[in-house]
Design a protein around this ligand. Structure first.
Ligand code: ZN
Length: 335
């Protein structure tokens, strides 16, 4: 397991009290160091406009590069160094998937700023360039035939869905909380045109946690990804579904987060262990840090004790939503 990172990610600051703060990444790095997991970190170098252009419109990229100081939405602002750091974050994503392809082992891109809300010509929700979508497009550009994206951030990855909704070579599966930002991700939307059946949304009510996610993986995520038979699995890993998170109200524990990630690692045996995790949200720093360290720890054979392990949902609270999702998806997949 290789971890990709760059200290420059700390320099992206929106405002002093913004939840998407450098402290998130500093907490993760400190935790990884504490458990002896900060060796062999691979530092990504300068970002590339060419790679951003794989999914973003040229005008949009140029706008982020040249606008100086501006707000693109109420909660997402651009500063003079935003372009360089966000482009570096996208490059970190590409470096990680390239590593997994070459070495046939899992990788983790500590991308910051995050990316899954950014679309072809817009940024929002603390995202500017869509790191995971850029990495997927890069792999397809280099000859892969099918890429599976699993998005476990508590918010729907509207940008990623938008980029690939009409394509059959990228499977997008999102598990998210319904009724919160960005308001997209209905279970009825399964993609369009050639992409029909290749977008799977599982919106869950607040309160859902460990047992619901376990069912979601076993009943929806794992069988569909297996049938899709991807060349690589890319994961938008958010930790904002955690019961400690201040921005959402799901009840996943740290253990539940790590277990979900490990299901995808096990599944990656079908694609030569090419699985890459990309950091998306997660705004309670201690929970975020221990989940990331927990995932890296398991893959490096280091025991990271998880402090926030309370199981608040042990009866699959989201059963009805999972059943509805399974019913919709059954038109395209054997479930
Ligand atoms: Zn999120």
């Amino acid at each position: 397991m290789a971890v990709f990172f760059n200290e420059e990610f700390y320099d992206h600051i929106q405002s002093p009290f913004h939840p998407e703060s450098p402290e998130r990444l500093k907490g993760i790095v400190q935790k990884l160091k504490h458990h002896g997991l900060w060796e062999d970190i691979i530092r990504s170098k300068t970002g590339s406009a060419e790679h951003l252009g794989l999914i973003h419109d040229e005008d949009y990229v140029e706008f982020i590069r040249t606008c100086g100081e501006c707000n693109i939405t109420m909660d997402t602002s651009v500063h003079r160094d935003t372009y360089a750091i966000a482009a570096l974050s996208a490059e970190c994503a590409i470096d990680a998937v390239t590593h997994s392809e070459k070495e046939e082992e899992p990788s983790f891109a500590l991308t910051r700023p995050p990316g899954h809300h950014a679309g072809p010509n817009y940024g929002m929700g603390f995202c500017y360039f869509n790191n995971i979508a850029i990495a997927a497009a890069h792999l397809l550009d280099r000859g892969d035939k099918r890429i599976a994206i699993v998005d476990s951030d508590v918010h729907h990855g509207n940008g990623t869905e938008h980029v690939f909704a009409e394509r059959s070579d990228v499977l997008y599966i999102s598990i998210h909380q319904t009724g919160i930002f960005p308001g997209t991700g209905s279970a009825d939307f399964l993609g369009k045109g050639d992409g029909e059946g290749f977008t799977i949304n599982l919106p869950l009510a607040s309160g859902c946690g460990d047992s619901t996610y376990d069912c979601a993986y076993s009943d929806i995520v794992l069988p569909i990804v297996q049938q899709f038979s991807p060349d690589a699995i890319l994961v938008s890993l958010g930790v904002d579904g955690h019961y400690r998170d201040p921005l959402a109200s799901m009840s996943l524990s740290s253990t539940g987060h790590v277990r979900g990630a490990m299901e995808l690692v096990r599944l990656s045996e079908i694609c030569a262990k090419r699985v890459t995790f990309f950091l998306e949200g997660g705004y309670d720093v201690p929970a975020l840090s221990e989940v990331v360290a927990g995932v890296v720890g398991v893959l490096r054979g280091v025991d990271v004790p998880l402090e926030f392990a309370d199981v608040l949902d042990d009866s699959c609270l989201g059963r009805n939503a999972i059943e509805q999702c399974r019913k919709n998806a059954s038109e395209h997949w054997d479930l």
